[in-house]
Design a protein. Sequence first.
Length: 549
Amino acid sequence: SEERSLNFIEEIVEEDIREGKNGGRVHTRFPPEPNGYLHIGHAKSICLNFGLAQRYNGQTNLRFDDTNPVTEDTEYVDSIKEDISWLGFKWANELYASDYFDKIYAFAQALIRKGLAYVDDSTAEEIATQKGTPTEPGKPNQYRSRSVEENLELFEAMKNGKYPDGAKVLRAKIDLASPNMHMRDPIMYRIKHAHHHRTGDKWCIYPMYDFAHGQSDAIEEITHSVCTLEFIPHRALYDWFIQELEIFPSHQYEFARLNMTYTVMSKRKLLQLVKEGHVDGWDDPRMPTISGLRRRGYTPASIREFCERIGVAKRENIIDLSLLEFCIREDLNKTAWRRMAVLDPVKLIIDNYPEGQTEVLHGENNPEVEGGEGGRDIPFSREIYIEREDFMEVAPKKFFRLGPGLMVRLKNAYIIKGESCVKDADGNITEIHCTYLPESKSGSDTSGINVKGTIHWVSVPHAKTAEVRLYDRLFKVEDPSSEEGDFKEYLNPDSLQVINAFIEPDLATAIPGKGYQFIRKGYFTLDKNSTADKLVFNRTVTLKDGWAK
Ligand code: ATP
Ligand code: MG
Ligand code: MG
């Protein structure tokens, strides 16, 4: 995409490079917690972190922030790697915070030795109360004055499994009167007798985010540690630990997380949708996950373009889902192969076309590309399917489709003229009759007749059938998380419509992962569960923004 002005993080990085900070080196990291699948918000962070490294000849580590054994799983690790690669990025190193548990434990001991950490036997409630309020300073308890020796001994006993969950914590000894609540002796370690997906049962104490993240950054000598705004109040603590431990001075920078309309973006909420069966797994095409978007037919380029367009903000905002749809439309318009499919069929008979005759017409794959990217054969015959809405018995003015006496072009085929229709007892049209102009064949039209409309069609004896899944917004309201009550009350009951369509025979060999424009109907892609016996297509997006006024 075209050159744009620098975002504020790039400005910081360029300033650092000019000043020769870290020898001009740029090393970022993307630190997912493997407790769910990545979503479009993570894509924003991925594009930012990997984008910085690409722009400034740096590197990006993929670091799994796996310090919470209870919610983490290798299934998530695998999906995260697949999604980042699919987005088009390469990490320099695949790392795990859990690989640093020994080092982080030693860091904790170092702080104890400096008199800067203590073991506290208080309950979580007691600690919360003793911390005070933003306007009231906290009060020290009797554990705060424990000796270095006692703290070292107790901390080791914690590690060795002597105490049950919650019996003790290790806290930093900072300032119980700090206006920043995060500095009021924050918890560094808690006891959790839980199996970890990598370290197994080796540990029963685990470091808190604040005593793992900055330490991991420092161990990896990360120069620019980019995170979201809610970590601003953690920055003082991030810096304090690094300074007191005298380790590599990584720096934290914050940007606004991506929020998007008509969806939710918290892994906890997405997990609920999966577990309670509101969607068909993490990769349901209605989900804002990377895997869901991929299954829906989004391309990596469209997601990168979206992240580029929204920019890097310093204030929270909510991005309209239609911008994401705009990006995929733009991309697929350039790359999708054009095909014909009739989603709501009615049979049309060309009375003056010889019975039993078939001819093979030709259609190019992609009119947006010079040469059309090749093409495909399209069988034509006396009976075809057209969309029900393309015929009106009594048509208003400016209805440039079919009706008695009205002429229209069949895409890649002939001009036809509507004659009559047959109806059932309820008045529904069951069959349309028309005539065609044999000299009007596309590419060699000598009829001299200009018609305004072109409609798509599929030859009845050659048609294949496919299940077509039409998706709508997952939620009925713009911001389900800010509504009263449970966010799931706002799920859109009509977010999935499944229909059977007639498709041109070439679509039976559709390529998985490729985008197809069903002419006039939108962009579609094969679903991952599509088979030769049962073709299934997902609609990625409609051709136009149906919501714009
Ligand atoms: P959730 O709140 O959904 O659990 P998280 O922030 O806990 O998400 P992590 O796995 O910890 O998820 O996130 C990995 C990285 O992605 C972090 O650096 C985080 O700041 C970033 N990230 C997560 N959600 C968003 C978002 N909506 N927009 C931008 N960045 C995000
Ligand atoms: Mg997290
Ligand atoms: Mg979180």
